[in-house]
Design a protein around this ligand. Structure first.
Ligand code: PMP
Length: 277
């Protein structure tokens, strides 16, 4: 593994921060996860723009300009030398004696790790995955990619305990997104997915997929799918950096469509993979 902390690369075991870091004590920070295809980082500009937006939204001074991050990411990938890498970036507000409010002059803690990416098995992609629904108990700024992930952690663990792949979050009857992915429902041949806004993370993969769909003449409705839409859907799929485009074939024990990843899902997955070469 490769680790980077506050300006230098160092062995992961030596990359330690203070117990008074506000990331540790308050979850006061933001992050990104980027992956490589053929050793090259995918959609870096979109990820870095989102990191900037997340940081601004919480008045955190994100100290590295895009050019510095881009160069660091490339260096990290090169040092790690994996076939494919998963790059984790995190900026917290820094270390200070514990107090909810903070001083303006804190020095942010900047972290990057590069680990080997294990792609989702081809068999899982072709069979699709099962999911469950649960109440979306998250805060009102899910567009901020905050390291405060407790609600997502609990939702993901529920999936694990239930023996399904992902948890689909439902807020007041509306499908927002997954615990680690965005959710797209197919009805009457068009895509329905939650609109960008404070209730979801603006997924980088979501944006690529919606653009590809529109370019290929597929109608896209950015509105919240209802729970009814979910269960009446012809197809459902997830999008995300790690899940890419992944068909959901069962939700809460009920079969989605034919019980296999749908035709449109498969076509979109193909369009998407053409973007990654
Ligand atoms: N929603 C949530 C809650 C996530 O954690 C992720 C993964 N970062 C996504 C959506 C998908 O976003 P992206 O396509 O940018 O990875």
């Amino acid at each position: 593994e490769v680790a980077f902390l506050n300006g230098r690369f160092l062995p992961l075991a030596d990359a330690t921060v203070s117990i008074e870091d506000r990331g540790f004590q308050f979850g006061d920070g933001v992050y990104e996860v980027i992956r490589t295809y053929r050793g090259r980082p995918f959609e870096v500009a979109a990820h870095l723009a989102r990191l900037d937006r997340s940081a601004r939204a919480i008045q955190l001074h994100q100290p590295y300009p895009e050019a510095r991050w881009s160069q660091l990411i490339l260096e990290g990938i090169e040092r790690a030398a994996y076939p494919e890498s998963k790059i984790y970036l995190q900026v917290t507000r820094g270390a200070a004696p514990r107090d909810h409010s903070y001083a303006a002059d804190l020095v942010p803690t900047v972290v990057m790790t590069v680990r080997e990416l294990q792609p989702i098995a081809a068999a899982v992609k072709s069979r699709g995955v099962a999911a469950m629904t649960t109440e979306d108990i998250r805060w009102g700024r899910c567009d901020v990619k905050s390291i405060n992930l407790l609600a997502n952690v609990l939702a993901r663990q529920q999936a694990k305990q239930t023996g399904v792949y992902e948890t689909i979050l439902v807020k007041d009857g509306s499908v927002t997104e997954g615990s680690v992915s965005n959710v797209v429902v197919v009805r009457d041949g068009s895509l329905i997915t939650a609109p960008e806004g404070p209730r979801i993370l603006s997924g980088v993969t979501r944006a690529v997929v919606l653009r590809l769909a529109r370019d290929h003449g597929v109608a896209v409705h950015e509105r919240y799918p209802s729970q009814g839409d979910l269960f009446a859907a012809e197809e459902v799929f997830l999008t995300g950096t790690t899940v890419e485009v992944l068909g959901v074939v069962e939700i809460d024990g009920k079969t989605v469509g034919s019980g296999q990843p749908g035709r449109l899902t498969n076509r979109i997955a193909e369009w998407f993979s053409a973007q990654t070469v």
